[in-house]
Design a protein around this ligand. Structure first.
Ligand SMILES: Cc1cc2nc3c(=O)[nH]c(=O)nc-3n(C[C@H](O)[C@H](O)[C@H](O)COP(=O)(O)O)c2cc1C
Length: 381
């Protein structure tokens, strides 16, 4: 499975193509839309989310509710485009729009303008914007549909905002009922207060989301080649989310300071196969899933756009100038978790297809049933 997105933050919309999706998967647009809505929620989001009402229009690859094996094409309209028609016009308008030249620290502004030779930072902002993560969530919705068919489920939970931490509970109902997607109501309330205080101070907050995949089949990925190790692929996918600066399997940074006897997961018999009494490996050993849940923590830096902007420099004049201020979120960890779910889903769905086939979901589920038969001690097969 491969996928690609296009479109600008304030352009007409976002285009998504997911290629290599097996035929016969039930694809329900309303389930994808529910995830798009989850990405828009969370205390601390900015004014943009009041304008958008994201929904994906499926324009290819699905017929009568099922994938056909053709590329799946999706389109998400940017409602805000109506307010940006002149600035985002494909053809040159007679009176050029005002250029953005005051560079924002923490954004792609400076690096992007230098790289592509842009004189108006708008040309950088529009594609580097995290609006693109709506497209990722739509693509992830297709991947989740495939994973659902093979019994794999993914859920994220906020476990830190600023200096407020919470223990993950993975209680879906409690998470979705929380304004910050934390299953701990006391921590939720403190997180909301911390975001409100940051907003009051013209500042922003980061945090950590934990993402867990359950029902994962042992044997996805491989140790045989560096770029096919699944831990590496998951880390790359998650680190590619705008503002993600750290990816940790299980509690790896904590484990790094402990002894091996406390960190490695003993192997025991479970049912007819194998199991682990704990899961500090985060479900992966040697770049291969071991049958336990895949558990990854994702660290998001505080949002870069500050209402009290940091000192910066004007791209054109080279003179000192405070950073450009654009309508912005204060904290995005609840939404970031939903994006992380999508990215993990896309990597796992691709790994399922790599191992069990990419043409037909019935072939895949039959292959998995057969494969499970040999996930037991050799003498018992
Ligand atoms: C869902 C989501 C929403 C975001 N919203 C904003 C925002 O409103 N303002 C902002 O400055 N950064 C926002 N970001 C983060 C920036 O897109 C990101 O920091 C920037 O593109 C630079 O990329 P980097 O942080 O990965 O280096 C958001 C990130 C995500 C995942």
């Amino acid at each position: 499975m491969r996928w690609i997105t296009a479109g600008e933050s304030h352009g007409p919309g976002l285009t998504i193509i997911v290629d290599g999706v097996p035929a016969g998967i039930a694809i329900d647009g309303s389930v994808i839309d529910a995830d798009l809505r989850r990405r828009q929620l969370g205390y601390g989001r900015g004014g943009r989310q009041k304008i958008e009402r994201d929904g994906a229009r499926i324009t290819g690859g699905v017929r009568q509710g099922k994938s056909t094996g053709a590329p799946i094409a999706l389109w998400i309209e940017n409602r805000d485009h109506a307010n940006w028609e002149k600035v985002m016009s494909v053809t040159a308008v007679p009176e050029a729009p005002d250029a953005v030249t005051r560079l924002r620290p923490g954004h792609a502004d400076l690096a992007g303008a230098l790289k592509y030779g842009h004189e108006d930072v708008r040309d950088v902002i529009e594609r580097s914007s995290a609006r693109e993560t709506a497209a990722r969530v739509a693509a992830g919705g297709v991947a989740k549909a495939l994973l659902r068919a093979v019994g794999i489920d993914i859920l994220s939970e906020t476990i830190r905002i600023g200096d407020i931490t919470a223990t993950p509970r993975f209680d879906r109902e409690a998470i979705e009922a929380s304004d910050v997607r934390s299953g701990d109501p006391a921590a939720s309330a403190k997180m909301v207060a911390a975001i409100a205080a940051a907003r009051e101070a013209g500042d922003t907050l980061g945090g950590v989301s934990i993402v867990r995949a359950t029902g994962v089949i042992a044997g996805l990925g491989t140790y045989a080649q560096w770029d096919r190790r699944l831990d590496g692929r998951i880390a790359q996918a998650l680190a590619s989310i705008p503002s993600v600066k750290g990816v940790e399997f299980s509690d790896a940074f904590e484990a790094a300071g402990e002894r091996g006897s406390a960190v490695h997961d003993p192997i025991e018999r479970r049912g007819t196969g194998f199991g682990r009494p704990r899961n500090r490996a985060g479900g992966l050993e040697g770049g291969v899933t071991n049958g336990e849940d895949v558990v990854v923590r994702v660290a998001f830096k505080p949002i870069s756009t500050l209402m009290k902007p940091l000192p910066s420099v004007d791209l054109r004049s080279g003179e000192p100038s405070p950073a450009h201020v654009e309508r912005s979120d204060i904290c995005i960890i609840p939404a970031g978790g939903v994006v992380a779910e999508a990215m993990l889903a896309l990597v796992l769905a691709d790994a399922v297809c790599a191992k069990f086939g990419e043409d037909n979901i019935g072939d895949i589920t039959s292959a998995i049933t057969r494969y499970r038969e040999r996930l037991k001690p050799i003498a018992d097969r």
